[in-house]
Design a protein around this ligand. Structure first.
Ligand code: 13P
Length: 246
């Protein structure tokens, strides 16, 4: 097995009826030559845990609270994720930054809360189309990552980073392998300055990854796998992407 990681982000999709065959199809397509996980809505934890129990397939959540516990109605703590066997939690997805006004510091605090409970944060960074066109891509992703690096301090090497250009999410407009690699290289350099583990950390690419473009993205030296939205809901697509990473 190589060291690539493919993570499905189901977002707010699914139903118990449709999840079952999807999870079974992915399990049935093993072995993959890479690590595979899905990040599902909270109510589906028990179902995905049961469906994949005893396999090497992993699963996670799409958000957690920055607080340990308390009067935070509607929030879910990292300890609760950990209790269920959750391995990953996505933090700072652009949809949460945009629709829930999550700041760089809040994202960093969530990543720290997750790590403290043994849950690996998948920290998303990425620029909007306006920012890319204004030549601000590097500045934006470095600022977003920098908050997390400073907050995690000596634990920074334990996170997974995901570069997701906002203009490529759900649009069918993928970053070219060269565009993605250029940003991944910037992030790797930033990580190297912060931790001795940078070269074995995973930097995933996300944004309209499909079966037919996954191979060329994953062939880039600093692209260590993918964070897959829409295509992770389709068994055939997701399985093909996992095999492309193998
Ligand atoms: P799409 O693969 O649907 O573009 O979504 C990417 C994403 O946001 C994964 O977190």
């Amino acid at each position: 097995m190589n060291s690539k990681l493919v993570v499905g982000n189901w977002k707010m999709h699914g139903s118990r009826a449709s999840n079952d065959p999807l999870l079974a199809a992915v399990a049935g397509a093993r072995p993959f030559g890479c690590a595979v996980a899905v990040c599902v809505p909270f109510p589906y934890f028990a179902d995905v845990a049961a469906a994949w129990r005893g396999s090497e397939l992993l699963w996670g959540a799409q958000d957690c609270s920055a607080h340990e516990q308390g009067a935070f109605t509607g929030e879910v703590s990292a300890a609760m994720l950990s209790e269920f066997g959750c391995r990953f939690v996505i933090v700072g997805h652009s949809e949460r930054r945009q629709f829930h006004q999550e700041s760089d510091q809040l994202v960093a605090d969530k990543a720290k809360a997750a790590l403290a409970k043994g849950v690996t944060p998948i920290v998303c960074v990425g620029e909007s189309l306006a920012q890319r066109e204004a030549g601000e891509t590097e500045h934006v992703v470095k600022r977003q990552l920098s908050a997390v690096i400073h907050t995690l301090a000596h634990c920074a090497g334990e996170m997974v980073v995901a570069y997701e250009p906002v203009w490529a999410i759900g649009t069918g407009r993928t970053a070219s392998p060269e565009q993605a690699q250029a940003v991944h290289a910037v992030l790797r350099t930033q990580l190297r300055a912060a931790t001795a583990h940078a070269d074995r950390m995973k930097i995933l690419y996300g944004g309209s990854v499909k079966a037919d473009n996954a191979g060329s993205l994953f062939a880039q030296p600093d692209i260590d796998g993918g964070l897959i939205g829409g295509a992770s809901l389709n068994a055939e697509q997701f399985i093909a992407i996992c095999h492309a990473a193998g």
